[in-house]
Ligand binder design. Structure first.
Ligand code: XCC
Ligand code: SF4
Length: 627
C-alpha cells in the first residue's frame, strides 16, 4: 500500500504512522474491512430490508408495484424503515441506560457496605440532587439515608410505575407541554425501550409517524433518564469534574512505563484500574520489572470520564483503538462495554498486549476475562494491573513505535464548573449571547466512522463554528479530535476563534471549545440548555443552540440525535441514518419534526456548508428572540 492511502484514511500523523506500521506487520484494520464490504447493500443502506420475522426476510422499494412493493406480511416501505429506525435507537437508549443502571447499583452497594474501594466522593452533589428531586431532609438527614432514597428514586425511573422520569422536572414547561401533546413524555426508561420492541413486532404499530414518536419518547428516556442518571451518579461517586489540564494523542504512551489502556464507558471499572495503578506494591513490581512506573491512559468514553475527573491523558478516539495496540507499547487493554471493536482482541494477539474483559455483558472469546463488580473491583483491578506489569516484561522493544508528541488540552467543564467559572451563575454567559459576542452554542458530539476520513469532519466543523463566533461544547470521541487540533486550550481562542468569541474566552481564561465529558454526559449539555432556557424564560427550541455529530456511527449516537431534536435542539449529521429508503420518514426527520417539536435533523457532508446552515438557524432564532 502506498503512503498516500494512509493520509487518505486519517488527518493525524500518529494515525498515519500506525497505519503504515500495521500494514507492514500484516495487521488488518477497520479501514481495510470497510473497503472489503464495498459496495454496500442498497436495501440495507436505505433501511428497506426487514428481518423482523421468519416469513421474511423481505426487501422493498418505495414506488414499486408488485414485486418489491410490500413485505410478506404486507408492511410497506415506510413501516419497515420506521420500525428499523425505532429498534436502532432503542438499542442506543438501552446501552446508555443500562450503563446508568450499573452506576445506581454501584451506589446502592456502597450504601450496603458491599463495594469496598468505592465511596461517595461528592456529598454536596448528592445532597443537591436529592434536594432537586424533593427528597425529604436532603440537606440534613444522615448522608446514607438520603442516598438510599435517591437510589430508590433512580431505580424507580427504570420501572413502569411512573408518569414521567425524575429529570423531566428540569425541562422548561413549554417543552413539557409539547411532549405531553404528542405522547413523548418518557415514563420509565426500560418501559419505553420495551414498548419500542413491542411496537415493532410484526403486526403491532404499522404507522410510521406513530412509531417515530415513540422512538422519540424512548430516546428522551435515555437523555433525561438513563444517561442523566449515569452522569449524576458518576459525579457523586467519582467527583464532579472541574477544569484541569491534560494531554492527548498516541504520544501519551510512555516507552519506559507499563502502559495500561482503559477502553469502554463505565468509570466504575476505569477508576478502579487507575486506583490500582497507584498502589505502592504494584509500582514496586513495575520497577523491578524494569519500568519507571505505571501509565494509565484512556480511550473513547471511559477515557473521557477519567480525563474529566482525574486529568488522565487520552490516547485517542474510536478509530485510534486498534492503532494504539499497533504501537507495540500497549501492555494491557482493559475494556468494559460499548464501541470496543471485536478486532481488538485479535490485534492484541499479534503483540505482547494482554487484553482483559471485565463485564459479564461484554465478552470476547480471545480475551482474559476478569469479572469486575462493585464487590470485588479493588482486588480484580489489582490483578489486572499486576498482569499488565508481567506483560510489560514480554514487550519487544524492536516493535515499539510511539509516534508524535502529546498535545496539551483543558478538560472538566461540567455544568457546575462552567457556572463556577462564570462567578456563580450562568448570567454572564447569557449576557454574552444576548449582546452577540457569542452568537450561539453548538454541541459537537459523537464518533468516528471509517466512511469519513478520520476526524476530518469533526475538526473542520469545530474550526468553522468557532470562526463564526459560535461557542462549541464537545463530548465523546469528538473530544480527542478537538484536543489534537489544539482547540481545547485557552490560546486557541485568539488563534482560531472569531474576534468576539475570542474576547469572551480570553476574559474567562477558557478555550473556545469546552469539553463536557463522555457520551452519557450529553445529558450535561441538555441540562445546560434547559437551565439557560429557564433563565431566559423561553423554551429550549427558542435558544440559539444546535448540535452536530459529523462522524457518528453508533445506535447510541442516533438516540442522542433524536433526544436532542425532540428536546428542541436542531441537529446536524455528517452522513444520513438508514432511513433514506422512505420519503415519508426522511421528510419527517428533516422537516416535519420542525412543526411538532420546533427542531429537525439536517444532513450535510460538507462542513463549511453545515456550519453555514447551523449559523443560519442560530441567527434565525436570535432574531425571533429579538437579540
Ligand atoms: Fe463510541 Fe462513546 Fe461514538 Fe465514541 S463517541 S465511538 S458511541 S465511544 Ni460515544
Ligand atoms: Fe417481511 Fe413483514 Fe416479516 Fe418484516 S415483519 S420480515 S416485512 S414478513
Amino acid at each position: 500500500m502506498e503512503e498516500k492511502k494512509f493520509s487518505e484514511r486519517s488527518i493525524w500523523k500518529d494515525a498515519q504512522a500506525m497505519l503504515e506500521k500495521a500494514d507492514k506487520e500484516g495487521v488488518q484494520t477497520v479501514w481495510d474491512r470497510r473497503e472489503l464490504q464495498n459496495p454496500g447493500c442498497t436495501f440495507c443502506q436505505g433501511g428497506t430490508s426487514c428481518h423482523i420475522c421468519s416469513m421474511g426476510p423481505c426487501r422493498v422499494i418505495e414506488g414499486k408495484v408488485g414485486k418489491w412493493q410490500y413485505g410478506v406480511c404486507g408492511a410497506d416501505v415506510h413501516t419497515i424503515v420506521a420500525r428499523n429506525f425505532g429498534r436502532f435507537v432503542a438499542a442506543g437508549s438501552a446501552s446508555h441506560s443500562d450503563h446508568g443502571r450499573d452506576l445506581v447499583e454501584t451506589l446502592s452497594e456502597v450504601l450496603s457496605g458491599q463495594a469496598p474501594g468505592y465511596s461517595i466522593r461528592d456529598e454536596g452533589k448528592l445532597r443537591a440532587l436529592a434536594a432537586e428531586l424533593e427528597i425529604e431532609g436532603a440537606q440534613d438527614r444522615p448522608l446514607y439515608d438520603v442516598a438510599a432514597d435517591l437510589v430508590d428514586e433512580f431505580y424507580d425511573n427504570f420501572s413502569s410505575r411512573r408518569k414521567e422520569v425524575s429529570f423531566v422536572k428540569r425541562v422548561p414547561e413549554q417543552r413539557r407541554a409539547i411532549w405531553k401533546k404528542y405522547g413523548m413524555t418518557p415514563r420509565g426508561i426500560d418501559r419505553e425501550i420495551t414498548e419500542m420492541m413491542h411496537r415493532t413486532h410484526m403486526g403491532v404499530d404499522n404507522d410510521y409517524a406513530s412509531l417515530l414518536l415513540h422512538a422519540a419518547r424512548t430516546c428522551l428516556g435515555d437523555g433525561w433518564g438513563g444517561s442523566m442518571i449515569g452522569t449524576e451518579i458518576s459525579d457523586v461517586l467519582f467527583g464532579t469534574p472541574e477544569p484541569r489540564m491534560s494531554k492527548v494523542n498516541l504520544g501519551v504512551l510512555k516507552e519506559d512505563h507499563v502502559n495500561v489502556l482503559v477502553h469502554g464507558h463505565n468509570p466504575v471499572v476505569s477508576e478502579m484500574v487507575l486506583a490500582a495503578s497507584r498502589d505502592e506494591d504494584l509500582l514496586k513490581e513495575a520497577v523491578s520489572a524494569g519500568a519507571k512506573g505505571i501509565n494509565v491512559v484512556g480511550l473513547c468514553c471511559t477515557g473521557n470520564e477519567l480525563l474529566m475527573r482525574q486529568g488522565i491523558p487520552l490516547a485517542g478516539n474510536h478509530l485510534m483503538t486498534e492503532l494504539v495496540i499497533v504501537t507495540g507499547a500497549a501492555d494491557a487493554v482493559v475494556v468494559d462495554y460499548q464501541c470496543i471493536m471485536p478486532s481488538l482482541a485479535r490485534i492484541a494477539q499479534c503483540y505482547h498486549t494482554a487484553f482483559f474483559t471485565t463485564s459479564s455483558k461484554g465478552r470476547f472469546p480471545e480475551a482474559t476475562h476478569v469479572p469486575v463488580e462493585p464487590g470485588n473491583a479493588r482486588e480484580q483491578c489489582r490483578l489486572i494491573v499486576r498482569s499488565a506489569v508481567q506483560a510489560y516484561t514480554k514487550r519487544d522493544p524492536r516493535r515499539v513505535l510511539i509516534p508524535d508528541k502529546p498535545v496539551e488540552m483543558m478538560s472538566g467543564f461540567s455544568v457546575e464548573a462552567i457556572t463556577k467559572a462564570l462567578g456563580g451563575s450562568l448570567q454572564p454567559l447569557l449576557d454574552a449571547i444576548v449582546s452577540g459576542h457569542i452568537k450561539g452554542i453548538v454541541g459537537v458530539v459523537g464518533c468516528n466512522n471509517p466512511k469519513i476520513k478520520h476526524d476530518s469532519a469533526n475538526v473542520a466543523l469545530l474550526e468553522a463554528l468557532i470562526r463564526r463566533d459560535i461557542l462549541v461544547v464537545v463530548t465523546g470521541c469528538v473530544t480527542s479530535a478537538a484536543a489534537k487540533a489544539g482547540l481545547l486550550v485557552p490560546a486557541a481562542a485568539r488563534e482560531k476563534a472569531g474576534a468576539d468569541l475570542a474576547a469572551v474566552c480570553e476574559s474567562l481564561g477558557v478555550p473556545p471549545v469546552l469539553h463536557m465529558g463522555s457520551c452519557v454526559d450529553n445529558s450535561r449539555i441538555i441540562h445546560f440548555a434547559a437551565l439557560a432556557a429557564k433563565a431566559l424564560g423561553v423554551d429550549i427550541s427558542d435558544l440559539p443552540v444546535c448540535a452536530s455529530s459529523p462522524e457518528w456511527y453508533s445506535e447510541k449516537a442516533a438516540a442522542i440525535g433524536l433526544y436532542a431534536v425532540t428536546s428542541g435542539i436542531p441537529t446536524h449529521l455528517g452522513h444520513p441514518p438508514m432511513i433514506l429508503g422512505s420519503s415519508k420518514v426522511t421528510q419527517l426527520a428533516v422537516s416535519g419534526l420542525q412543526d411538532l417539536v420546533g427542531a429537525h435533523f439536517l444532513v450535510e457532508g460538507d462542513m463549511e456548508k453545515a456550519a453555514d446552515q447551523l449559523e443560519g438557524i442560530i441567527l434565525e432564532r436570535r432574531e425571533k428572540l429579538g437579540i
